[in-house]
Design a protein around this ligand. Structure first.
Ligand code: ADP
Ligand code: LRH
Length: 497
């Protein structure tokens, strides 16, 4: 039995994967043992559709991956699970799942933050939870679901997605803190429940939220052991470690920076752009700039903005496919690189880009409304998206540095977007900073390292873990070669502030 192999279950919004990791002489060797689609499903109900995550197919994919990971070694040293933030499954008195978790892109939360702010004003809420207002934060999802009979009286528990899978594997219920910090229910300073936020759900909305929660645990805690079942194969008995179960928290662990003076972009379906801090920034300027204070591994704070991300490109590809045009991503990006820069830019964070749908049509409408010539053809459209993302990164990196007082000497891009050479080159140009790209599976790498440390396979602080990442994975550096003045002008065009 080779007890030195760890397995990360990493559920991204576009795909899930199980990746194993093995540490030898300060180098982490990883192997992808399973990858499975993550395809949300819209299901009709009276008056419309609800968009759900297909959590059972994700669980099945995770189980197959665990069996494949454990089989060659006769077991696993540890397992860790991470996923996207905010979404939860409800459990009844027997611990049975009460319906599929609703997807954060479902329309049920439209207009809900404003209703919550009537009872707990936005500035007061920010002073406690430090979160960027996004309509899908769990606190707003729970308020939106107030009348759902599954919530009261049936629900006796709720778990965020990684903790839900962890419960199915071990029988133990926890709320891992980095992911819990995205809900709006946690105080960013005390790293404990935010009583005022719980009270607003219980009082005016009648959601018995305290009865749904379990104990908060910091990343690094051992949750329990995988119960022996045929479905987990030789992984039975392995310890489940609470990692940075928010995917972005694990991704930030895997930034291969040698100094603390970096900004990061965790670039996948979403782009999370910011800096790492010791304490939250909850000033009025920070709230006005819509910056979030999510909690990180080892007592850190991830001070960042959610940027809508490569989602807009993914949905464009899907739209074209539905229209009968199967566009290859690599070829598309090559053509986009030859299109003139900054011909048309959009604010990718405009709420119209949140729900699934025809992004090329939405971009055309946005361009027309702002007096720009809409992109023509696929390459121009892709260029518009990539330029707009680089522009949003520029603004967020500069604002994060300004609002937090942090020195930023380089931008690290991790996640699938680090493979997009056009995006990385333009990010260097737009920010005027060197961009270091990789690792592309940063989330799984951060997940693996926190597990390995928790079970004693490696020691050290975040800086030591980051040295392992730097020694284990190739990165590519892009230096800002072109002038950033056109980006400054484009930024002023979109955000005249
Ligand atoms: P998530 O974890 O949200 O599912 P990933 O980090 O896996 O996302 O990133 C997926 C995105 O990365 C894709 O939408 C795609 O735009 C980009 N990507 C992945 N591989 C490549 C590649 N070889 N070239 C360019 N972009 C890529
Ligand atoms: C990225 C992510 C992001 C959240 C979003 C819902 O996958 O976790 O940090 O804001 O999903």
């Amino acid at each position: 039995r080779d007890a030195a192999v760890h397995a990360a279950i990493d559920l991204g919004a576009s795909s899930g994967r199980v990746i194993t990791g093995h540490l030898l002489d300060g180098v982490l060797r990883t192997e992808e043992v399973a990858r499975f689609a993550n395809t949300p499903v819209a299901v009709p109900r009276r008056g419309g559709d609800t968009l759900y995550w297909d959590v059972l197919s994700l669980y099945r994919g995770a189980l197959e991956g665990l069996r494949a990971a454990a089989a060659p070694h006769g077991g696993l040293a540890s397992v860790g699970i991470d996923s996207w933030a905010v979404d939860y499954g409800l459990l009844d008195a027997d611990g049975a799942l009460l319906g599929n978790p609703v997807h954060y892109r479902d329309a049920r939360t439209t207009g809900v933050p404003e209703k919550v702010f009537e009872h707990l004003p936005a500035d007061r809420m920010y002073a406690v939870n430090g979160l960027q207002v996004q309509q899908f934060n769990t606190v707003f999802q729970l308020a939106a679901a107030a009348d759902d009979p599954r919530l009261a009286p049936l629900a006796r528990g709720a778990l965020l997605v990684p903790d839900l899978l962890g419960y199915w594997l071990t029988g133990e219920r926890v709320w891992e803190l980095t992911n819990a910090s995205t809900t709006g229910l946690v105080d960013a300073r005390t790293r404990d429940w935010a009583q005022e936020c719980l009270e607003v759900l219980e009082g005016p909305f009648g959601v018995p939220v305290r009865g749904l929660l379990s104990r908060l645990v910091e990343p690094g805690a051992v949750v329990g052991r995988l119960e022996a079942r045929e479905s987990v194969g030789a992984a039975a008995g392995a310890p489940l470690v609470a990692v940075g179960s928010h995917d972005t928290a694990s991704a930030v662990v895997a930034v291969p920076a040698a100094t603390p003076n970096f900004a990061y972009v965790s670039s996948g379906t979403w782009s999370l752009v910011g800096v790492e801090l010791d304490a939250p920034v909850r000033t009025e300027e920070s709230r006005a700039a819509n910056f979030t204070n999510e909690l990180g591994v080892d007592g850190t704070v991830r001070y960042l903005r959610n940027v809508m991300g490569l989602w807009v490109l993914q949905e464009s590809l899907r739209t074209w496919r539905e229209q009968g045009r199967d566009v290859d991503l690599a070829d598309l990006l090559e053509r986009a690189a030859r299109v003139p820069a900054l011909a048309c830019v959009v604010d990718v964070d405009d709420p119209r880009f949140l729900p699934p749908g025809d992004m090329p049509a939405r971009i055309a409408a946005y361009a027309a409304e702002t007096g720009q010539r809409p992109p023509e053809g696929e390459a121009e459209l892709a260029r518009c998206v990539i330029d707009s993302l680089a522009l949003a990164y520029r603004r967020a990196v500069h604002q994060a540095a300004e609002l937090s007082g942090k020195d930023v000497e380089a931008v690290h891009v991790v996640g699938g977007g680090s493979r997009n050479t056009l995006l990385c080159r333009l990010t260097a140009e737009a920010t005027g900073l060197p961009v270091v790209a990789g690792p592309a599976e940063g989330t799984a790498v951060g997940n693996l390292l926190v597990q390995a440390r928790a079970v004693g396979a490696v020691e050290g602080e975040l800086s030591d873990l980051r040295r392992i990442v730097a020694d284990s994975f190739e990165t590519r550096t892009y230096r800002p070669e072109a002038a950033s003045a056109p980006w400054e002008r484009a930024q002023r065009f979109l955000w005249p502030e």
